[in-house]
Design a protein around this ligand. Structure first.
Ligand code: ADP
Ligand code: MG
Length: 466
């Protein structure tokens, strides 16, 4: 007699939905509503078996976010020992409707709008600013994934995409990469990339010539509008007004908008509140200064494109000295290369030291290995001799690894030198320690604060040394 299949799906699904509901609630009390709506709202629990929770997430970006930031919390709440994520796109949620109804817009010429597209010159892109040439690291992983998401699914993933960060960190590179990618794709689309300054100038000219229709025609009939350095709108009331309507028209028509800025929306001086809130509608992502490893990777990538091979120790030295601006990082490499070419000398650490001279001295004077160790020993109440000993208890290993990481970050000692300072350890032990600290730092905000504290302490010790 055939047996009835067990009624699996109903109860199991119910249980999953319930468990997920409870999890989201538990996380909500710790993370706040916006995080929950933005990142967990579109996710669900598919199964929970053998300690593994399988979740669905609408995009790769959601998946990455869940994995890197929320895994411990989710595991604790469910409970589970780890999570796995399947990407299952869902229909896009309608945009928030807090905006008041729009004033009727001036009628734009009904004729077919000009095609601002791939071949035409408004798309003046730097051919190097592609995704292929962009080095991804912890500092920009989120912004990069967001940009990729937009390039893959314009107007469906995040709208607008708002990238911000300080100068020389790759914002223009990323937003142009989106333009490149879309321009390459088969689907015909009108892409307009420009700096905000061009927008402002064009608008002023249109006002002066009484030709607003043509202006609006151009900006409001594109599929993708990318505006670089939107902070230029600061204090420009009339252009803000115009941009507001451009934004609304495109957003309502489900056209993609991508903006870059040197600050988050709320920090742009005298930006209208309604623009601030619109800029926050989609996804706001920060591009942070690159960490040491990313700086090294960028140098190698850039060298490769220049047809140059730079020794590892030179890359390390440059990356140690030039810390928070990728443009300057590239500039230093170019200077090293030029010096080598002009003098016929090979690219060595000595040559790099000459080029980096002033910066190197300024930095070397600041912090010594002892300053860091002093700060760490005080904080953890351990002695230097213990850090240098073979002891491997957690209470010693942990401060030892932190000290290694800080020394690597704050001084120009090599991996070998650091290893030998700590009781003649191998350089691979140092590499392991750096990796441990770096990965914890990425997911643990409190730990990060501890490291920042220790960095400050180290500087203070070095300062008091006189
Ligand atoms: P921003 O617009 O943030 O001021 P840019 O996009 O102009 O910075 O970047 C400055 C330079 O650094 C450019 O040459 C860019 O290609 C390079 N750059 C920045 N970040 C990266 C990265 N992650 N990988 C490769 N090159 C980068
Ligand atoms: Mg820029």
């Amino acid at each position: 007699m055939p047996q009835n299949p067990p009624p699996l799906s109903g109860p199991v699904l119910d249980t999953c939905a319930e468990s997920w509901g409870r999890t989201v609630e538990a996380l909500g009390s710790r993370l706040g509503g916006a995080e929950i709506d933005g990142w967990l709202g579109g996710c669900s629990l598919l199964s929970l078996a053998g300690g593994v929770a399988t979740l669905s997430a609408p995009t790769r970006l959601h998946a990455d976010r869940l994995k890197t930031l929320y895994e411990p919390l989710i595991c604790e709440a469910l409970p589970a020992s780890r999570i796995e994520i399947e990407i299952r796109p869902v229909a896009m949620a309608p945009p928030p409707t807090e905006a008041p109804p729009l004033a009727p817009e001036p009628v734009v010429a009904a004729a077919r709008p000009p095609l601002v597209d791939k071949g035409e010159d408004p798309l003046l892109l730097n051919p190097d600013y592609t995704f292929e040439n962009f080095v991804v690291g912890p500092c920009n992983r989120f912004a990069h994934a967001a940009a990729r998401g937009v390039a893959d699914r314009p107007a469906a993933a995040f709208n607008p995409l708002f990238l911000y960060g300080s100068v020389g960190l790759g914002k223009t590179h990323l937003v142009q990469a989106v333009a490149h990618e879309l321009a390459r794709s088969k689907a015909p689309s009108r892409i307009l990339y420009l700096s905000c300054e061009q927008f402002v100038n064009h608008f002023i000219a249109a006002l002066q010539q009484g030709d607003l229709n043509a202006f609006r025609n151009r900006y409001r009939h594109v599929d993708v509008l990318i505006v670089d350095d939107i902070q230029v709108l600061a204090n420009k009331t009339r252009t803000q007004e115009e941009f507001f309507h451009t934004f609304n028209t495109l957003h309502n028509a489900r056209k993609q908008i991508v903006l870059s800025c040197d600050a988050p929306p709320e920090d742009i001086p005298s930006l209208q509140d309604r623009l601030i809130s619109r800029f926050q509608w989609g996804l706001v992502a920060e591009v942070e200064p690159p960490c040491f490893e990313t700086r090294v990777a960028i140098l190698h990538a850039k060298a490769e494109r220049m047809g140059l091979s730079i020794p590892e120790d030179v890359a390390h030295l440059v990356a140690e000295v030039v810390e928070d601006n990728v443009r300057e990082l590239e500039g230093s490499l170019t200077r090293v290369q030029a010096m080598a070419a002009l003098t016929g000398r090979p690219i060595t650490v000595d040559l790099a030291r000459e080029i980096l001279g002033p910066r190197l001295h300024a930095k070397a004077k600041i912090i010594r290995i002892e300053d860091v160790v002093d700060a760490v020993c005080r904080r953890f109440e351990v002695r230097l001799a213990e850090l240098q000993s073979r002891r491997r208890t957690h209470s010693i290993v942990f401060p030892r690894q932190i000290a290694m990481w800080l020394i690597r970050r704050l001084t120009s000692f090599s991996l070998e030198e650091i290893g030998s300072f700590f009781g003649g350890r191998d350089h691979s032990t140092v590499v392991y320690a750096l990796g441990k600290i770096s990965s914890r730092r990425r997911v643990d905000g409190e730990f990060n604060l501890l490291l920042e504290d220790l960095e400050r302490d180290s500087r203070a010790v070095s300062g008091s040394r006189g």
